[in-house]
Design a protein around this ligand. Structure first.
Ligand code: SF4
Ligand code: SF4
Length: 409
């Protein structure tokens, strides 16, 4: 095996942080692909250029996505990375693995790839970095025979992902793991056979802390919420203060709707004004907790900047029960896809199309009524859908005002 000198990469091994260079070197000691990957990376740093040609679909039989084609631009210098495809594997809900499952996956990665993984990619999948074209079918056969499946790529539903939710977290307002699993099963066709105009991501977060960053990174963000008041344990609030917390500065002043007050003895919340942002609950743990009916807020449209700038998701359904069999969510998703399909051009995300066509026509098409919570930003008007009858009434009122010279409320 050729030994590469890597003076520039060696610099990245210094310091207290874990280093990806160290990991590639470990893999390179026993894997030719990882070794050439190391050589090409050093050469990139030396010349200040990237040498990966990427993109395109390198499918396996019956699937349109899941493997992303990657090729070296310097195949003569680094022949082992001439083909270095990225294989996305559908992660388990909440990224829980047994050590047995991890060993099984790592063995497959060593056998059919470079031995380098990315856990996890930004979509959520477990990623094998670097596989040759001829190894893809055998790798796919091995994976599926052990119950694993490929994730989504290209213009398809991308692998849904979720936070750990009720498996480890007291703040989950619905079972994010179950929802993610069931929705993944329901939309297998959309996941594996790219038929959309562009990608579509769904992320499930159990509360507004949003550990999967769904509000910024999913076309559809499903964020847990509740309907009842926030329950307060006043002794626990005072315990936080005794421990040194400045409750007014760290909690009261930080409430986005300014609906909390604290006089040194008692914490009060005006629940009608609370927007369920979770800030006070996370700061005053054990002292505050949500109550009442639980479910999720459905938001639509976030994306990273490509064609138009980055977008955050926008509320469309303020409260939806998220319980099996998730019929309401599945039906809403299908309606949104139909509208997106009919109104978009290739490579337009659903959020961009809503920006262009307007939220009003989108909501009308998918049959969601206007709610005050659908405002895009604070202090902007929500949607009012006027009927023809309303317009007639406005005209009559206008005429009356002209006639009488008086303003009519
Ligand atoms: Fe817990 Fe909320 Fe984070 Fe999910 S998003 S893990 S429920 S804090
Ligand atoms: Fe204020 Fe957010 Fe707490 Fe509601 S959840 S009271 S909006 S800090």
């Amino acid at each position: 095996m050729k030994k590469y000198d890597t003076p520039l990469l060696d610099e990245l091994e210094k310091g207290p942080f874990p280093s990806f260079v160290k990991e590639i070197k470990k893999a390179a000691a026993k894997n030719e692909m990882a070794n050439d990957e190391l050589g090409q990376l050093e050469y990139s740093f030396k010349t200040n250029r990237g040498y990966w040609k990427h993109g395109g679909i390198v499918g396996v039989l019956g699937y349109g996505g899941g493997v992303i084609g990657r090729y070296s631009d310097l195949p003569d210098m680094f022949p082992e990375v001439k083909f270095f495809h990225t294989v996305r594997i559908n992660q388990p809900s909440g990224w829980f693995y047994t050590t047995k499952a991890l060993r099984e996956l790592m063995d497959l990665c060593d056998t059919y790839g470079s031995g380098i993984t990315n856990m996890h990619g930004s979509t959520g999948d477990l990623v094998f970095l670097g596989a040759r074209t001829e190894d893809l079918e055998p790798l796919f056969a091995e994976l599926t025979s052990r119950g694993w499946d490929l994730g989504g790529s290209g213009s398809a539903l991308r692998t849904p992902s979720c936070c750990v939710g009720p498996a480890r977290c007291e703040w989950a307002n619905y079972d994010t793991l179950e929802a993610c699993y069931q929705i993944t099963q329901e939309f297998q066709d959309e996941l594996h056979r790219p038929a959309f105009n562009y990608k579509y991501k769904i992320k499930f977060a159990g509360c507004a802390v949003d550990c999967v960053a769904s509000i910024a990174r999913a076309d559809c963000s499903v964020i847990g919420t509740w309907k009842g008041p926030i329950l307060i344990d006043q002794d626990a609030v005072r315990w936080h203060e005794k421990k040194g917390m400045d409750i007014n500065r760290e909690v009261v002043d930080m409430c986005p709707t300014q609906c909390i007050s604290y006089d040194g003895k008692e914490l009060k919340i005006n629940n009608d004004e609370c927007n369920r942002c979770m800030h006070c609950i996370t700061r005053l743990h054990k002292a505050l907790k949500p109550s009442g009916e639980r479910g999720a807020t459905i938001c639509i449209g976030s994306k990273a900047p490509i064609v138009v700038g980055s977008l955050l998701s926008w509320v469309i359904v303020p409260f939806m029960k998220m319980e099996p069999p998730y019929t309401e969510f599945k039906e809403l998703t299908r309606k949104m896809w139909d509208w997106w399909d009919e109104n978009s051009h290739p490579r337009e995300r659903i959020g961009e199309v809503i920006e262009m066509k307007g939220m009003r026509s989108f909501l009308e098409a998918i049959g969601v009524p206007p709610f005050p919570q659908q405002i895009k930003e604070p202090r902007k008007d929500p949607f009012f859908f006027f009927t023809e009858g309303d317009i007639e009434r406005f005209k009559k009122r206008e005429e009356e005002e002209k006639k009488t010279g008086k303003f009519i409320f």
